[in-house]
Design a protein around this ligand. Structure first.
Ligand code: FAD
Ligand code: FES
Length: 269
């Protein structure tokens, strides 16, 4: 059952993307692991799976970043502080932040894909001494589509983290890299023998990222993706999210690439 949550704050990230800070009205959902998602219920409209983009730890709110694309997501992006929505979960698998202990970490994010990765980035940075080299490669369509600008700037200020940002199309104000995010992979200095990669973004971007990572020598069993499929129940009951033999809501959304490589590039699946 969805639990009622109240909107504490709404941050307009881009024209069609907002980040909502939520607090429980009564009981709270269990603490989500980095990479897990919840089902958000816009009362009277319906539910949508949305990744947790900030975990409610140490008194922080539960955070979700949502792009309005249809009935449910638009209703969620129109919420104001004080209004309520339903939250159930958390569901799905997590980014391998524990398994990757002592590894170099490479995050590759495209567009809204930075939202599901943010809790993993925060976890790695909060436990910085447990990991080797840490790099984040982030690509968006234009400078105006960039999420979490202030936090990206903070991360950039850290001396032991490499943050590279690129845009597909620059405007006059942009002084950074131009081109797709996969162009950054050969430039990111990482040792493929000791690196775990976590990749999230549009499917085409993830396909090219896999090719780039493979070209750089990163094995499939240390490459993780977060998949998106239509969902209804979020808990392995309805079959709506089937991907080959798996249900993405149960065996994903975060999946190790060697387990799905045989079907990931099959268009019909
Ligand atoms: C595990 C998971 C995590 C997600 N995390 C986020 C997130 O953090 N932020 C966010 O904004 N969205 C996220 N999504 C996508 C979000 O769930 C959909 O955009 C939402 O369900 C659309 O519902 P709707 O009723 O608003 O639109 P609909 O009317 O259902 O759809 C509008 C349009 O979006 C397309 N669409 C619907 N669902 C998806 C999908 N899952 N993937 C690609 N296209 C879709 C439809 O084909 C249609 O063209 C996630 C999806 C999954 C499965
Ligand atoms: S959403 Fe129902 S089985 Fe996955």
């Amino acid at each position: 059952m969805p639990l009622p949550y109240r909107v504490l704050a709404v941050h307009q990230d881009t024209l069609d993307v907002v980040t909502l800070d939520l607090e429980p009205v009564g009981a709270a959902i269990p603490e989500p692991k980095p990479g897990q998602f919840t089902m958000l219920y816009a009362f009277g409209v319906g539910e949508a799976p949305i990744s947790v983009s900030g975990a409610p730890v140490n008194g922080a709110p539960l955070v979700h970043t949502v792009r309005g694309v249809g009935a449910v997501s638009n209703a969620i992006t129109r919420l104001h502080p004080g209004q309520e929505l339903g939250v159930r979960g958390p569901y799905g698998t997590a980014w391998p932040v524990e398994e990757a202990d002592s590894h170099d970490i490479l995050f590759v994010a495209g567009g809204l894909g930075l939202a599901p990765l943010r809790p993993a980035v925060r976890h790695v940075l909060a436990n910085r001494d447990r990991y080797g080299r840490v790099s984040l490669l982030y690509g968006t369509r234009g400078p105006e589509d960039m999420l979490y600008r202030e936090e990206l700037t903070e991360w950039r200020r850290m001396l032991d983290v490499e943050i590279e940002v690129t845009v597909d199309h620059a405007d006059r104000t942009w002084r950074g890299a131009v081109g797709v995010v996969t162009n950054l992979i050969p430039r990111a200095g990482f040792d493929p023998a000791h690196t775990t990669a976590m990749v999230c973004g549009p499917e085409v971007m993830m396909r090219f990222s896999i090719m780039g990572l493979q070209g750089a020598g990163l094995p499939f069993d240390r490459t993780y993706l977060s998949l998106e499929r239509s969902m209804k129940c979020g808990m392995g009951l309805c079959g709506r999210c089937q991907f080959g033999a798996d249900f993405v809501c149960k065996e994903g959304a975060v999946m190790r690439y060697d387990r799905i490589a045989h079907i990931f590039t099959v268009r019909e699946i």
